[in-house]
Design a binder for this molecule. Structure first.
Ligand code: ADE
Length: 244
């Protein structure tokens, strides 16, 4: 099956490097999964659905205040014409519409894993990300068309594009069949509530520091014990909040 990810944005070019580079790029280009499951990413420029003379997509907020608000009618048309109609869906209910915003569920490794395993891998519904810009989006579009909200942290980005990229990059690793070496995602930071143990490679000596001897002895049980104690040491040093 082909799992389509639609991205509604004013800046489709933001996504070019993500789609071009690295593991996430090849996964999202559909080159990393098996025959039964492939991603296809489509960026839709919201501006193409503007009906105004100068192709604007926003206007000043009723009630006053700074900044501009993205119009509900233009976003609706981008979603319904650009995705539902163009994608050949029966209705909007065939899609999971996601808006990235500070009001959303806060993203962390657990949320990312659940998203990768159950949302990105869900054969039933394709995904639409709405990337907001300016001061926000008319609330009526969010109420009528958005199913889920996610925040990548308690800070404000100038737009949702980076949040969508963070979500895709960190969740795609959990889609079954995407990461060649499953053990590598299991050893990654946060998988057991701690950060990763330190890693070393050639050269054996760097600026006067040797690779820890235990890693050179080939004694697997001792190496495992060392890695475990190093995890605790580094977590206590860098992220003591995780040990509580
Ligand atoms: N858009 C603006 N700020 C954001 C945040 N913190 N997370 C997700 N989307 C956002």
């Amino acid at each position: 099956m082909i799992k389509k990810i639609w991205i509604l944005t004013l800046f489709p070019e933001f996504f070019e490097p993500l789609l071009k580079c690295g593991i996430a790029g090849s996964a999202l280009r559909g080159e990393r999964s098996d025959e039964n499951f492939k991603f296809e990413v489509h960026c839709i420029n919201i501006r193409d659905y503007s009906t105004t003379k100068y192709k604007s997509v926003d206007d000043s907020p009723f009630g006053g205040g700074p900044g501009m608000v993205m119009r509900a009618d233009i976003l609706r048309d981008a979603l319904m014409k650009g995705v539902v109609e163009q994608g050949g869906y029966k209705s909007k209910e065939d899609l999971r519409v996601i808006y990235t915003s500070p009001r959303g569920i806060v993203w962390d490794n657990l949320v990312a894993r659940n998203f990768g395993m159950n949302v990105l891998s869900d054969p039933q519904r394709d995904i639409v990300f709405i990337c907001g810009r300016y001061e926000g989006i008319d609330e009526r579009f969010l109420e009528n068309y958005v199913d889920e909200f996610y925040s990548i942290g308690d800070f404000v980005l100038t737009g949702g594009e980076l949040a969508v990229m963070v979500m895709l990059d960190s969740a795609v690793r959990f889609v079954p069949g995407i990461l060649g070496n499953k053990l590598s995602s299991e050893a990654d930071s946060f998988e057991d509530g701690m950060i990763e143990f330190p890693q070393y490679t050639k050269p054996r000596e760097f600026e006067g520091t040797e690779v820890p001897q235990v890693l050179m002895d080939g004694h697997h049980k001792k190496i495992e014990e060392w890695q475990k104690s190093e995890k605790i040491r580094l977590t206590r040093k860098h992220r003591p909040d995780l040990l509580k």
